[in-house]
Design a binder for this molecule. Sequence first.
Ligand SMILES: [Zn+2]
Length: 189
Amino acid sequence: MNRFFKLFSLLFLGILLSFTTFNDKKIIVIDPGHGGTDLGISKNGILEKDIVLDIAKRIKALNKNENIEIVLTRESDAATTLTGRTDLINKLKPSMVISLHINNSKNTETTGNIIFTKPETFDFAKNLASNFGDCKIEEANLHLLRNSKSPAMLLELGYMSNETDRTYLNSEAGKDEISRKVIAFINEH
Ligand SMILES: [Zn+2]
C-alpha cells in the first residue's frame, strides 16, 4: 500500500511538473497562409501555399530554445479558414503570431518584404523588419490582425511576380535564410 502511494505521488508529481513546464513555455504561432484548394499566389507551378508551409516547418525545426514552443496553424496542405486560424490563436494565447505570405504585383520589378501590422504590434514589426534588408512596415486591417487577441504580424516574404524574389523563395538557400531570420527574431523576444 505504501509503495503504491509512493508510485502514485511520483506519477502525480510528474504530471504536475510537465504541466508547469508546458505553461512556462512561450508560445509563438507561425501561420502559413492559404492551403488546400486555396493556392495563394502561383507562378510557373510555384505555389505560395507550399513555400510558406515549407518555411514555417523550417522555423519550427530550427527552434532549439526549450522555453519556446512553436505551433503552426497548419502542418500540412490543409484548407484552413481565417476564422479557424484565429480561433486556434485565441485558444493558444501565444505571445506572438507571425503569418507568412508571398506578395504579388503587376509590376514585375517590384521586390522586397512588407510587414502588415496593427498599431500595438508596431515595435515587434520594427524588430522583425530589422532582420530583413528591404522591409516596409504598414498598418493593415486584416482578419488575422484584427481578430487575434495576441500581437500579430503578417510577413510578406517577397514577390512571386518578381523573378529574383521568386527564384530565391523557391530555393533551399532562400528558404533556409528566411527561416533563420525569423527564428533569430523569435529568440530575441
Ligand atoms: Zn497570401
